[in-house]
Structures are given as C-alpha cells and as structure tokens.
Design a binder for this molecule. Structure first.
Ligand code: ADP
Ligand code: MG
Length: 619
C-alpha cells in the first residue's frame, strides 16, 4: 500500500486554525484592534455593519506596512513581534502568534490599504479565502485600514450559528471595552450601522471608564493602589451600593491585556463579603503589572486565560488591596475585621521592599444597605387587570391539576414534573386553605395531599407578570400609565444602544420612552400592568436582564423582552408577605397557563413527597 499521509494545503490549514482564533465577528474586531495597538496607533476607528456579519472596518494611524510585509502578514505564523522562543517569555505586545490575519483571510473577503510614513505610495491588497486577488500601489494616508466583508462566507456552518445581531453586537462591545479601558491614551471611535456607539477621546483611566460605563459611576468609583515586589495592582472598584445584579463590569488586566481569572475574582468577592446585597457583583477595573517572565499568556489562542507563577500570593495582595480601599471609604463594617484564618502573604521580599499591610479605618455605624433605593415591589399586589377574573379561582388546586395537563411534555424536567403533578392530582383532596407559611422570605410552603408544595415567590411572580405581558402584546390596545413626573435616564453608550434597539417593542408593552439627547431617554409612561415607583430603575434592570439573556432567534425578541421585564420587575426575595398577599399570589399563579415554570424555564414550584419525608425519619 502506498503512503497515505499528506500535508494539508495552507488554505485548509488556515481555515482550521481560523476555527479557533475567529469564532465570531467580535474576534475579528479584537484581533484587528490589537494589531493597531501593536502598530503604535494613537487613533483607531471601528465601523461595523450588521453586528460585523456584513462588514468590519478598522483604520489606524500606526506604523503601516511595506509592500512585502503586507503580503507576508497573511502567511501563517508570520509576525514581526517575536523571533525566537525566548521572546515568548517577555511578551509586551498584544499579538505574537502570527495567526490572526492568516485566519481571517481564510474565511472572508479582506481588503487592506496601508502606508508607512517614509513611503510615498501605499499598498492595496485584496484577498478572498486565502487567495490574493490584487496587490498594487495606491495613494493612501499613513497607517493601515482593514475592511473585512462576508465573514465565514465559505464556512456556512459557522455563519449559520452566528447569533442575533444584538448578541453579536454585545460581544463586539465587550471586546472594545476590554481594549479601551487599559488604553485611555488612544482615541477610539466605534460606529454600528453608521451610528456612533463610542466616541472616546484621549483621557485618563478614570475618565475613560466613566465615558464607557456612564456618569453614574463617577461618585461610586474608589481607587486601588498596591505595590509589592511581585505585582503592582492599581485601578478602580465600585462602591458596594453600586453593585449590579448581573455580571458585566468586572475587568482584570495584566500588563495591559484583558484576562479572565475566576480565582482572583474570588479574592475580590471575598473582600466585599457581607457588603453586597445577595446575588450582586461589584464593579472592578484592576490593572496588574508584573514581569512578563512571571506569567504565561500562551495558554489559549484567544489569550484571555493567563497563568501566574505566584497565584496564591497575588490572591492575598488583591484581597488586601480591595479591603484597604473599601476601608478608606468607610464601607467595611468592624465585625468583618477578624483576621484569624488568613494566611500571611509569603511574598519573596527584596531588601527594603515590603508588602504594606492595609491600614484600615472603619465606621462601625455604616450599613451599606440602608440607603438603597427599593426598585422592586415591597409587597405583592396582583397585576392591575382583569385577566385573572376570567378564571374560577375558588379552587386553585383544580386549576393546578388542570395546569398539569396543559404542559406539553417537552423537556425531561417537564416530563418529570408531569408525573409528579399526576401523582398530586390522583391524591387530590379539597385543600383546606389554612396552612400556608413563608420560609426565609423566599419560599411559600403549603401542605398538599401527597406532601409539601414549595413555591419560589420571585419565580412565581415572574411567571404571573410574563403571562400578563404576553397578553398585552397580543392585544391591540396598549395600556400605558403616564408618569406624573416624567423621569429621565442617562445610560452608558452600550446600554443606550441596547435600549434603542428594543424601544419599539417596549412601546407595545406599554412603556412610553423617548430618546432625549445623546444616551439620554425620557420615561413618560410605564406598562399599566406594573405598579412602578422608580421606572428608571426598572428600565436599568430590564436592560441588564436583556443584555444577559440568550437571544437565539430574532422572531422571539418580544418574548425575550417580556421575560427580561418580568425578571426586572418581579418581587425580590427577602420580602415578608402578608397572608392575603400569599393567597393572592397563589391564586394568580394558578390562573396562569403554565404555572410550573418561569418564562426562562426554571422551576416555580415543587412537591416534596410525604414518602421522602418519611424516609428521612426511617432510621
Ligand atoms: P501577530 O499580531 O500575532 O503578529 P497577525 O496575524 O495579527 O499576527 O499580524 C501579522 C503581522 O502583520 C503583525 O506581526 C504585524 O507586523 C503586521 N500587522 C498587522 N496589522 C497591522 C497594522 N494595523 N499595522 C501595522 N502592521 C500590522
Ligand atoms: Mg495580531
């Protein structure tokens, strides 16, 4: 038999490599902007059409490329940034693998115009699917301009799996944030479909963060500064009262490069322990500087995972630095100051270079939750409408039983639940209506024939509101409640872009929100269904929920918004409900078409079987 192993042609090898490096339009933006940084640019302009699916165009005023170099740049492992294995241990540039351009050119239509200052003429090169179509001299300005069209044109499977534009745009915005934060000295402009999203002037770190995330952050940012022999930590953290329910404003950078680091994230979360409302995250923007020899960035092609040599020590340093900053701002309660159990930081000391232990001033009176604005209902009131009256609410167990039958056995979870429900139905007896208990201001417990039914109060409310919103969406008449005093809300540019994209749908839900200058909106009316005292907070929470919800198909956008809105406006945990409120909540829940699950598929209720309780006590 003849030999069967062949070397893959470069174009195929590049396509395979592209699968790792270029996952979505945001990866193109990241790679090209990083190249512009490495080229010493001070101004970078990004234009994107249809969330990058049609066009990504990036221009810089960096060093440009010679005619030979621009051709070479598209070869795999072609890089001007390292030349030997030793260089891998002292990487200061963003790129170094020499893979990005080769990968992009393998799966898109790429045009480049580039010129060095010393050259009279620049070069134009056009490559489609790794094939050079044109290369010729051209007149152009100093620097480089890339234009990437029809991404994944020859990888249909990839193209098909791209998400809705809102999701892809969100990824692009994240990449731009990750590059813009550590480079405030570089002017960055970003346009989506010709609309400006960011116009970031050259400034300092603090102002750059505020330009990106909004003026609200200004009074809530505290600086962090810690210098030790192994790492320098600087940057800003958000005050506990500014903490968000969702992830998104947490950034670590090492030597100017964004990184994910779940272990260091824990150091921060622990430093904030007991200062945050439940399930919320503090904002942080931390820059770490260390000798490149102490870190390994060559872990993954997308380079967001970074390994450190002294992780445990750095954990301690970060933790201490955050505590110190919070302490300076009097937000650390005294009871937290028990240092027992903490390990000493075994930092290898250079002479005269000692780790400073934080000198913390505290205000034992401080209660971080005291001044918090309540943005969700403090008690349960049924949605203001008649939809519940249509059904017979006298015997909700009957409705519950009926509701079981309506569930299509789709997911495994739902199938399991159906069996559970059937069991309940079989043993169904008249419910006495007397024994209802609220547990931990979170669950509602009530005995049923087969055991103990447990209802999650927030999830139940989400379901109730969701069905109401869906009804509003279906009906032609929109009930909007006009605000006596219209509220204005100023958002950061990314959130403003999100809100703009869903304004029309919000209108059909009963929100009357208008644009009112750049990134500012005026809320004139809220859905009649909701009883809202602070509409601006509901809108902010809605945006957070919506940004972080997976949008898979464009057609479901309305449902997605209704889901986000019900999550944003539902009763929180930690609220004591009166007996009548609990009854009303249960009635409203079982008036729903699908009481068992939240709109995003989480269990609303469950029955702990009597047999299971008996088993616990059988020994
Ligand atoms: P890497 O960045 O890892 O070196 P790339 O494939 O991203 O690999 O780029 C290959 C080379 O192309 C770079 O090393 C650089 O010399 C050149 N290059 C890419 N983009 C630019 C740019 N915007 N300006 C100047 N040179 C560039
Ligand atoms: Mg690169």
């Amino acid at each position: 038999m003849s030999d069967i192993i062949q070397l893959l042609p470069d174009s195929v090898a590049n396509q395979i490599a592209a699968g790792e490096v270029i996952q979505r339009p945001a990866s193109v933006v990241k790679e090209l902007v990083e190249n512009a940084l490495d080229a010493g640019a001070t101004e970078i302009t990004i234009h994107v059409k249809d969330a990058g699916k049609t066009l990504v165009q990036i221009s810089d005023n960096g060093c440009g490329m010679s005619p030979t170099d621009v051709r070479m740049a598209f070869e795999r492992h072609a890089t001007s940034k390292i030349s030997s294995a030793n260089d891998l241990f002292c990487i200061r540039t963003m790129g170094f693998r020499g893979e990005a351009l080769a990968s992009i050119a393998a799966i898109a239509d790429v045009e480049v115009r580039t010129k060095r200052t010393e050259d009279e003429l620049g070069t134009f090169i056009h490559i489609i699917g790794s094939e050079v179509k044109t290369q010729e001299p051209t007149g152009c300005t100093n620097g480089t301009s890339f234009s990437i069209k029809n991404l994944f044109f020859n990888v249909p499977a990839r193209r098909k799996f791209l998400k809705a534009n809102t999701t892809e745009l969100k990824h692009i915005i994240w990449e731009i944030q990750r590059i813009a934060i550590p480079n405030p000295g570089i002017r960055i402009s970003f346009f989506h479909n010709n609309t400006p999203v960011y116009e970031l002037p050259k400034t300092n770190y603090r102002k750059r963060i505020i330009n990106l995330f909004g003026k609200n952050l200004n009074q809530n940012l505290v600086s962090v500064q810690e210098q030790t022999s192994i790492v320098k930590v600087s940057g800003f953290i958000g005050l506990p009262k500014y903490a968000r329910k969702t992830f998104g404003e947490q950034f670590f950078f090492v030597n100017g490069r964004f990184m994910r680091h779940p272990y260091f994230h824990k150091a921060i979360m622990q430093a904030y322990e007991q200062l945050l409302p439940p399930e919320s995250y503090p904002s942080y923007f931390l820059f770490m500087e260390t000798d490149p020899a102490n870190i390994d960035i060559n872990v993954h092609p997308t380079k967001t995972e970074i390994k450190f040599e002294n992780e445990r020590e750095i954990w301690q340093i970060i933790h201490a630095a955050i505590r110190e900053s919070l302490g300076k701002h009097n937000v650390v309660p005294s009871i937290d100051f028990d240092q027992t159990g903490n390990i000493d930081i075994p930092v290898p000391q250079k002479a005269g270079d000692e780790v400073k232990f934080p000198d913390i001033q505290i205000n034992p009176e401080y209660n971080p939750f005291e001044s918090e604005k309540h943005n969700t209902p403090r008690s349960y009131a049924p949605p203001k409408s008649s939809f519940l009256d249509k059904k017979n609410l006298g015997h909700w167990e009957d409705l519950y039983e009926g509701a079981q039958l309506k569930i299509k056995p789709e997911s495994k979870e739902q199938r399991d639940f159906k069996t559970e429900g059937d069991l309940y139905a079989q043993h169904h007896e008249q419910f006495s209506g007397k024994k209802i208990l609220q547990l931990k201001q979170k669950y509602i417990l009530t005995p049923v024939k087969s055991g103990l039914m447990v209802i999650d109060q927030k999830r139940a409310h989400e379901r109730i509101l969701f069905e109401k919103f869906m009804e509003v969406l279906k009906s032609e008449a929109v009930a909007s409640q006009q605000q006596l005093f219209p509220q204005t809300i100023e958002l950061n540019p990314a959130d403003a872009a999100v809100l703009k994209s869903i304004l029309d749908d919000l209108l059909s839900l009963g929100f009357d929100i208008r644009e009112f200058g750049k990134d500012t909106f005026i809320i004139n009316g809220t859905p009649g269904v909701l009883d809202v005292s602070s509409p601006e907070i509901i809108v902010e929470k809605l945006i957070e929920e919506y940004k972080n919800s997976p949008v898979d198909a464009q057609s479901k956008v309305k449902e997605q918004i209704a889901t986000s809105l019900s999550k944003a406006s539902a009763l929180e945990y930690g609220i004591e409900l009166k007996r009548e409120e609990i009854n009303q909540l249960i009635d409203d829940l079982f008036a729903c078409d699908t009481p068992n699950f939240t709109p995003d598929g989480k269990k609303v209720l469950s029955i702990i079987q009597t047999e299971d309780i008996e088993k616990i006590f059988s020994k």
